[in-house]
Design a protein around this ligand. Structure first.
Ligand code: NDP
Ligand code: 8X3
Length: 251
């Protein structure tokens, strides 16, 4: 059945692949991000398959988040599924060498941004006593790796928020679950290494990482389970990856 789905971080990687798959499957889409040119081209790409609206906001800006979601027309304001996907790592440094702006970005975007979006979407779900929230966590929310300190902390927070939301929203019949990927080849590492494409490529060299579509297909599976089924927490790794530290390289 067709659903109305809001995806944060739809301009790239996992969010974009999910938007493309959902459009193919006929869901109505609210696509969010900061890069307007990408939102425009995605809308053009998908508009012949389904109804699409785009929202441009920075998840760190709580007023912009609330205003944007409040501005949705009645056609889109009845959100069935929220995919909290926007997020990134910024830097890969030991704590003593880290840049404080990177820490602020990760905590403000990955943790507080996710909360702001959820808070803005939640009232209508509570009103209709139905909804589904999917939080994109990470293997980094289950393990801590060297130099991952604050990124891992932000994803451990997502893990805790996922559990907390599930407890709090249970009485309202709202499903809450997390999907926690290991290494997925997207623009993630380019962002982490501040545009250093060559360094970013080395992260995915010598083994087969997950692709964004792999996660999109799992999200589609999760949201199409019957209403009495809530997939609460999934860890999804490339076959070559046993843990954050152990990736079988075939170099
Ligand atoms: P990408 O860098 O490809 O995509 C990140 C998305 O987040 C972009 O669409 C970006 O849009 C959006 N975004 C970032 N910052 C903000 C912000 N301040 N406000 C609004 N939107 C923002 O990375 P991925 O697709 O890989 O990452 C998606 C999610 O998956 C993240 O939460 C990440 O932590 C998680 N993840 C990724 C893994 C990986 O290996 N790639 C593994 C495990 C989890 P724009 O710049 O247009 O705003
Ligand atoms: C992203 C995966 O291993 O780079 O969450 O932290 S990792």
């Amino acid at each position: 059945m067709s659903k109305t789905i809001l995806i944060t971080g739809a301009t790239s990687g996992i969010g974009k692949a999910t938007a493309e798959l959902f459009a193919k499957n006929g869901h109505s889409l609210i696509l969010c991000g900061r890069r307007q040119n990408r939102l425009d081209s995605l809308k053009t790409e998908l508009a012949h398959k389904t109804t699409v609206v785009t929202l441009n906001f920075d998840v760190r800006d709580r007023e912009a988040v609330a205003d944007s979601i409040a501005s949705l027309s009645p056609e889109f304001s009845n959100i069935d599924v929220l995919i909290n996907n926007a997020g990134n790592a910024h830097g890969l440094d030991t704590v003593d060498m880290a840049n404080l702006d990177d820490w602020d970005a990760m905590l403000d975007i990955n943790v507080k941004g996710l909360l702001y979006v959820t808070k803005a979407v939640m009232p209508k779900m509570i009103e209709k006593q139905e909804g589904h929230i999917i939080n994109i966590g990470s293997l980094a929310g289950k393990e801590v790796y060297q130099k991952g300190n604050v990124y891992c902390a932000s994803k451990h927070a997502v893990d805790a928020i996922n559990q907390g939301l599930r407890l709090d929203l249970n009485e309202h019949n709202i499903r809450v679950g997390a999907i926690n990927p290991g290494l997925v080849e997207t623009e993630f590492s380019e962002v982490r290494f501040k545009g250093d494409v060559e360094r970013a490529k080395t992260v995915y060299k010598g083994y087969e990482p997950l692709r964004a579509i792999d996660i999109a297909e799992i999200i589609e599976f999760v949201i199409t389970r019957p209403r009495h089924v809530n997939i609460a927490d999934l860890l999804v790794l490339p076959t070559a990856q046993a843990s954050s530290a152990i990736v079988k390289k075939n170099l």
